[in-house]
Design a protein around this ligand. Structure first.
Ligand code: TYD
Length: 209
C-alpha cells in the first residue's frame, strides 16, 4: 500500500456526538497559546458542495447513497486542493487540524455503498500525519445528541453502532501506512482527552518549508 502522508495534517474523528468539535476547539486554543501557526477546519465544508451535503443531511434535499458518497469526495477535493485549502496551508508550515476527513466517509458511506467503493472514490487523497479517533460509546454519543434540537440522517443508535465498526475497519485498513493513530476513550472528561491529544500533537515534528 503506497499512500502519501501530508505532513502537518491532523484529523479528529468519531461518531455523531463523540466530541470531535469540542476537542478541535481545545486543540486550536492550545496551539494559539503556544504561538504555533495552525488552521482549524472541518468537513462537510462551508463551500457550495458542503452546503448541499448539509441540506441532504437535514433531509431537505434527497440524494442516493452513492451520490452522497461522491459529494463528500468532491467536497474533500475542494477542501484539500482548493485555494487556501489543507494542502496549501500544511505546505506553508501551518498545523492543519480537521474535524472529520475521509475516515468519516469510510465509516458512514460504506454502510450503504460498501467499503471498497468508498475507498475508490477517495483514492489519491493524502493521509494525515496523525488520526485521532474518539471512541465514544454509542449510548453516550446518543444521549448527547438527544439534547440537540435537530435530528439528522445518520442519528439512529443502530446506524451509529455500524459507523463505529466502519471506523475500526478503516483504522485496520491503514495499518502499516505510516499514519499515526490515537484511539481515545471518548467517555473520559474533555480536558483529559485534550491532554492526550495535545501530547501526541506536540510530538509531531515542526515541518520547515
Ligand atoms: P458534523 O458537521 O461533524 O456533525 P455535527 O453537525 O454533529 O457537528 O458532520 C455532519 C455529518 O456528516 C455527520 O453525521 C457525519 C457525516 N459525514 C459523513 O457521513 N461522511 C463524511 O465523509 C463526512 C465528512 C461526514
Amino acid at each position: 500500500m503506497v499512500l502519501s502522508i501530508l505532513q502537518g495534517f491532523v484529523v479528529l474523528e468519531g461518531l455523531d456526538g463523540a466530541g470531535t468539535t469540542t476537542q478541535m476547539r481545545l486543540l486550536c486554543e492550545r496551539l494559539d497559546r503556544e504561538g504555533r501557526a495552525h488552521a482549524g477546519t472541518f468537513e462537510p465544508t462551508e463551500g457550495p458542495v458542503g452546503r448541499l451535503i448539509r441540506s441532504i443531511l437535514a433531509r431537505r434535499v434527497m440524494a442516493l447513497p452513492l451520490t452522497v458518497a461522491m459529494l463528500f469526495a468532491a467536497d474533500r477535493h475542494q477542501h484539500l486542493a482548493g485555494p487556501d485549502g489543507v494542502i496549501e496551508r500544511a505546505n506553508r508550515g501551518e498545523l492543519v487540524v480537521s474535524d472529520r476527513y475521509l475516515f468519516s466517509s469510510l465509516a458512514y458511506q460504506s454502510i450503504e455503498c460498501g467499503f471498497k467503493r468508498v475507498l475508490d472514490l477517495n483514492e489519491g487523497f493524502p493521509l494525515p500525519e496523525l488520526l485521532v479517533f474518539l471512541d465514544t460509546p454509542v449510548a453516550v454519543s446518543q444521549a448527547r445528541l438527544d439534547r440537540r434540537t435537530h435530528r439528522e440522517l445518520y442519528d439512529g443508535a443502530g446506524f451509529q453502532a455500524r459507523v463505529r465498526e466502519g471506523y475500526l475497519q478503516a483504522i485496520e485498513h491503514f495499518e502499516g501506512s505510516g499514519m499515526r493513530v490515537l484511539v481515545l476513550d471518548g467517555n473520559r472528561p474533555a480536558d483529559e482527552i485534550h491532554e492526550a491529544v495535545w501530547t501526541e500533537t506536540a510530538r509531531l515534528p515542526i515541518h520547515k518549508v
